[in-house]
Write a protein that binds this ligand. Structure first.
Ligand SMILES: [Zn+2]
Length: 297
């Protein structure tokens, strides 16, 4: 190869094109072996193991790079994402470091360089596994709900959370993903138009309880929770008009004791932004998220 791509998105798009866009889920192990074999320092091993709290590692050894993923994780979708994330480090960052140890733990202690690298690797992984042009086609003619996004998660071989997160990246709708447990928001992710209208949670700055009147807070299952129930928008967002409703969907993940909530709000005019919020909106959303101290997956 004469010249390699340099950005996460360019690398992912290059690989998608080279390995065929219509074959899903992407065989990320095959791609990792194939693309790295064309480099002077290939990935020699890709293997699972018990690596404790870590999700994945990429280590330089004499015989090449070792890509390790935590195979104690039950979800094959999370494993796929981890392999793609480590491949992202290999392609983008291996000249800078000899070892990458990646977890989903709190990242607040990390320096800005490491945070940027983690954001890059996540962006690479999401773009490689869930190319936006294909994803748009999957959702353009249907009402978006958990069943549809779950089908996309199956198509791309990723977790439901990763699939929702990537949909939020491109949807023009006001949409907010909320992951909570024990009645408090762990983290949340808002679409661009949701951010513009302040439909978002500052979960890294304050402890935010799940609203009592929300579907997320209910202990019994609701028959329509995957397609959504209508609620006053103010149940979740105090600044929304009194007569506005939103659609709330929910999945309870017993395995991880998490409640995954998707909120979709009707359109409205953006708020006038003050300087702080202008800054917040202009920062690349992945970077912004990692800056807030959480991995999105
Ligand atoms: Zn990483």
């Amino acid at each position: 190869m004469t010249s390699n791509p340099t950005t996460p998105g360019a690398w992912a798009n290059f690989l998608s094109k080279a390995w065929g866009r219509d074959r899903f889920p992407i065989d990320v192990k095959l791609i990792a072996q194939d693309i790295s074999s064309r480099q002077p320092d290939p990935i020699a091993h890709i293997r699972g193991g018990d690596i404790g709290e870590l999700e994945g590692m990429l280590l330089k050894r004499e015989k090449g790079w070792y890509l390790l993923y935590n195979d104690q994780v039950q979800s094959s979708g999370r494993i796929n994402f981890t392999i793609a994330h480590e491949l992202g480090h290999y392609l983008l960052h291996r000249k800078e470091e000899d070892a990458f140890r990646c977890s989903t733990e709190d990242l607040l202690d990390w320096g800005s360089t490491v945070r940027q690298r983690e954001a890059d690797a996540d962006k690479f992984a999401a773009t490689l596994l869930m190319p936006l042009d294909d994803y748009r086609k999957q959702v353009e003619s249907a009402k978006v709900d958990i069943d549809l996004l779950g089908a996309c998660a199956d198509r791309y071989g990723v977790s439901l959370v990763a699939a929702i997160r990537q949909w939020i990246e491109f949807t023009p709708l006001r949409a907010v993903l909320v992951v909570s447990n024990d009645g408090f928001i762990n983290w949340s992710w808002s679409s661009r138009n949701a951010l513009r209208t302040r439909a978002r949670f500052r979960f890294s700055k304050e402890t935010i309880p799940v609203p009592e009147a929300s579907l997320a807070a209910q202990t019994i299952r609701h028959p329509d929770e995957r397609t959504g129930i209508e609620l006053p928008a103010r149940v979740w967002f105090k600044e929304e008009p009194a007569d506005m409703s939103l659609r709330e969907m929910r999945v309870v993940s017993d395995q991880y004791e998490l409640v995954i909530t998707l909120l979709i709000l009707p359109d409205r005019e953006p708020w006038e932004k003050n300087d702080d919020e202008e800054d917040e909106l202009l920062v690349d959303t992945y970077t912004n998220f990692i800056r807030n101290g959480q991995h999105p997956y």
